[in-house]
Design a protein around this ligand. Structure first.
Ligand code: SF4
Length: 100
């Protein structure tokens, strides 16, 4: 497994693609924002392209809506498992924290 040190650049949060959500992700993110899970889903989630899961909504430019202008995640401590697992198990280019 390649070494990885997050540079907090936010690049991975701007790439196109879904942040697929499990039930635990929804509950954790909702709690972090002081919201009920149902309210979080209504405000921040939508049906993913696989039509089997929910994904976080994106901004018009394709970035995750939880990415602050300064490149920080607004729900970092409660970010979804897919975000926690990045970049291990992913094939990515352009991530400055990953060894070549
Ligand atoms: S939830 Fe946070 S870590 Fe995950 S894509 Fe959105 S901004 Fe990035």
């Amino acid at each position: 497994m390649a070494a990885f040190a997050c540079q907090r650049c936010g690049a991975c949060c701007r790439w196109p693609g879904s942040v697929l959500l499990e039930e635990a992700d929804l509950a954790a993110a909702a709690a972090a924002l002081g919201m009920a899970t149902e309210a979080f889903i209504a405000a921040h989630a939508e049906l993913a392209r696989n039509r089997a899961q929910l994904t976080l909504k994106e901004r018009a430019d394709g970035a995750c809506e939880f990415l602050d202008p300064d490149g920080r995640c607004r729900i970092y401590a409660a970010r979804p498992q897919q975000c926690r697992d990045f970049p291990h198990g992913w094939r990515v280019e352009g991530c400055p924290g990953r060894d070549p």
